[in-house]
Design a protein around this ligand. Structure first.
Ligand code: PLP
Length: 387
């Protein structure tokens, strides 16, 4: 139940990739038969990725993952447009791939506005509008949050960006392949994707760059990806991402995400019914089909993870162990949770392989784990008083 961290590679994806490790080993930049065979495979994958988001093939470049695509979007737009301005608008709940790229740009003369969010993790488009200045060159707001699953009002922000003629990037790593996306309808100029969040391989991603966007490459070298991303292409990885995109489109058409969101709601309801002093983080309806993020009072997320792991359930918490000290998640703090509450968070993220039995099992074992941990917790006195 940790599909937001990564998804298992689909067997069909693996099957499609396999020949490109062995018999079809050509370099797509070679003119001979082997090279052209690999080139065809890369271009076929590009068509599938483009189709999944309503783009054209020429608007897709392959990268080494979502992190690289985010860095490319932010730094590439910043360097290319610095004569026009030096101001970037983003949010406080972005993935570190965006936040840390912004911190880097701040050290190099750019000014970044980090917008707050409401208690559900939603950005207010009006606040985006009011922060725009004549120096603003880029707005980067994530499509769906990786921790709390909230889906942002991208279309509204896209409209504002267009009105003011400002580039708009969205990190769509958690949304692509899970909810329908049309880049033209959303009004985005740049959109980040990652293979391993949609049952493709790790270490491959893609960036949609709308035709005509002024951007410089992040990686210099050969002329691959039409001079936008140097380096011999990761052919097998790209083929895998293309197949994953093709399959994701088919699954969405067949309504798989509806099935997953039903399991999600069943799991939320089951836990909330059996456990007291728990709150659901993120928006109640505008959330990713597979995302559940709960805060259990009087306990600490890491100990929940270990107990669940011992019972065969893989989950994640909002805390990250940074330089020896346990730091509460920046996302949970941004939605207004106190650090001690944020420490008791648990993220369960469902994927296509989760079943009703999985959901029933977690609903069955979790209350016992919570009770045991609460009885042991340093907040025990407070907890016992409330029980
Ligand atoms: N952006 C978001 C929202 C993510 O959830 C992740 C991965 O967790 C990334 C970016 C980074 O993607 P990758 O792991 O492909 O580098």
């Amino acid at each position: 139940m940790d599909n937001a961290a990564t998804t298992p590679t689909d067997t069909e994806v693996l099957k499609a990739m396999n020949p490109y490790f062995s018999s079809k080993y050509g370099n797509p930049n070679s003119v001979h038969f082997f090279g052209q065979e690999a080139r065809d495979a890369v271009e076929n994958a590009r068509r599938h990725v483009a189709h999944l988001i309503g783009a054209t093939s020429g608007e897709i470049i392959f990268t080494g993952g979502g992190t690289e695509a985010d860095n490319h979007a932010l730094k590439g737009i910043a360097w290319a447009n610095q004569k026009k301005g030096n101001h970037i608008i983003t949010s406080k709940i972005e993935h570190h791939a965006v936040l840390h790229a912004c911190h880097f740009l701040e050290k190099h003369g750019f000014r970044v506005t980090y917008l707050p969010v409401d208690k559900y993790g939603l950005i207010n488009p009006e606040e985006v509008k009011s922060e725009i200045t004549d120096k603003t060159i880029l707005i980067s707001i994530m499509h769906a949050n990786n921790e709390i699953g909230t889906i942002e009002p991208i279309r509204e922000i896209g409209r504002i960006a267009k009105e003011r003629d400002i580039y708009f990037h969205t990190d769509s790593v958690q949304a692509v392949g899970h909810i329908p996306i049309d880049v033209n309808d959303l009004g985005v100029d740049l959109l980040t994707m990652s293979g391993h969040k949609l049952y493709g391989p790790n270490g491959v991603g893609a960036l949609f760059i709308k035709k005509g966007t002024k951007i410089v490459p992040l990686i210099d070298g050969g002329g691959q990806e039409k001079n936008r991303r140097a380096g011999t292409e990761n052919v097998a990885g790209i083929v895998g991402m293309g197949k994953a995109a093709e399959l994701a489109e088919k699954r969405m058409f067949e309504g798989e995400e509806v099935k997953i969101s039903k399991l999600r709601d069943k799991l939320i309801e089951g836990i909330m019914k059996k456990v007291k002093h728990v709150r659901l983080n993120g928006h109640p309806t505008m959330r990713l089909p597979g995302n559940i993020n709960l805060c259990f009072e009087f306990i600490e997320g890491e100990s929940m993870l270990l107990s669940l792991d011992m019972k065969g359930v893989a989950a994640s918490s909002g805390s990250a162990c940074t330089s020896g000290s346990l730091e509460a998640s920046h996302v949970l703090l941004a939605i207004g949770l106190a650090p001690e509450i944020a420490h008791g968070s648990l993220r369960l993220s469902l994927g296509k392989e989760n079943t009703e039995e999985d959901v029933n099992y977690v609903v069955e074992i979790l209350p016992g784990i919570i009770k045991k941990l609460r009885d042991l917790s340093p907040f025990q006195g407070k907890w016992k008083g409330l029980k």
